[in-house]
Design a protein around this ligand. Structure first.
Ligand code: PMP
Length: 291
């Protein structure tokens, strides 16, 4: 069945949802996006995603031709048109159609589209058994160059690290920042657990301020855990009791080996399993109603 896509003010069948080859999103990766989840007929952390999209657009001086309220309605209506109660929604805003030069001045209006569908990043059994990852040679973009907090259409930095993961035969790669401090994975934030304390890198090391990350921090604290946003190195990852990744698509997934070092007992840890269950329960009960 063909999906219905929102594109520049219209809801059109997937086959008709095309953008120009002169769109600077295509030519230069000039644009921003969000990946959002629907659980049980509700958009999870809707306002936070919309805010992050608009903040990213502001950082790159990209004017979005819709108010936040209108954008939220686009998101909800695209889900309704596709009868999507559980799934993954992609909101994209590009600089729009321009000429061949990189100057955004040639782009008169931003292109906006919304796709409601599904996403599977990692095989199901990895949520119970855990997954192996590697550390990429590729370092995460320095925040003083292109800040990873801007969820831009230029994902080459992460894609290069993902290629390293592919070559190593594992599903995900960990990226360090320029100083060798643990930053994040190609599409997920990272957490480690040591002596029952949960650690995650602070935003200033150069990571995306993940919405799942902040939800997990909040939930873990409510569950009575100490959570510290603290810089750490690969040594701390290798010697952790548990490690897990968080992201909109991934939720919370256990990592059981990093660079062939077994983490903890080499199984999905107790804290990770508890957090994943709490996250799923929370996501199923909270959010903006679609219908
Ligand atoms: N880091 C990167 C580089 C990402 O692309 C993402 C989103 N897929 C995340 C972290 C996780 O962020 P969120 O929880 O908001 O999806």
């Amino acid at each position: 069945m063909s999906r219905i896509i929102y594109l520049d003010g219209k809801y059109v069948p997937e086959e008709e949802a095309t953008v120009s080859v002169f769109d600077h999103g295509v030519l230069y990766g000039d644009g921003v996006f969000e990946g959002i989840r629907a659980y049980n007929g509700r958009i999870f952390r809707c306002e936070e995603h919309i805010d992050r999209l608009y903040n990213a657009a502001k950082a790159i001086m990209l004017e979005i031709p819709l108010t936040k309220k209108e954008m939220t309605e686009v998101l909800l209506e695209t889900c309704r048109k596709n009868d999507l109660k559980d799934g993954y929604v992609r909101l994209v805003v590009t600089r729009g159609k321009g000429d061949l030069g990189l100057n955004p001045k040639s782009c008169k209006v931003a292109t906006v589209f919304c796709i409601a569908g599904s996403i599977t990043l990692y095989p199901d059994e990895m949520y119970t058994k855990g997954m192996p990852i590697i550390t990429a040679v590729q370092r995460r973009n320095k925040a003083t160059i292109v800040d990873p907090q801007v969820k831009s259409l230029n994902y080459l930095n992460n894609i290069l690290a993902k290629i390293e993961a592919n070559r190593a035969g594992v599903p995900e790669a960990l990226m360090l920042n320029h100083d060798g401090i643990v930053a994040e994975c190609t599409g997920d934030n990272i957490f480690i657990v040591k002596d029952n304390v949960i650690y995650t890198p602070p935003i200033h090391v150069g990571i995306l301020d993940g919405i799942t990350r902040s939800t997990v921090i909040e939930l873990a604290r409510k569950m009575g855990y100490i959570v510290e946003e603290k810089e750490f190195t690969l040594f701390n990852v290798y010697s952790a009791d548990e490690c897990f990744l968080t992201g909109t698509a991934a939720e919370a997934i256990p990592v059981t080996s990093v660079d062939e070092r077994i983490i903890g007992d080499g199984v999905a840890g107790k804290v990770t399993t508890e957090i994943l269950a709490a996250f799923k329960a929370y996501a199923n009960e909270n959010g903006t109603e679609i219908f």
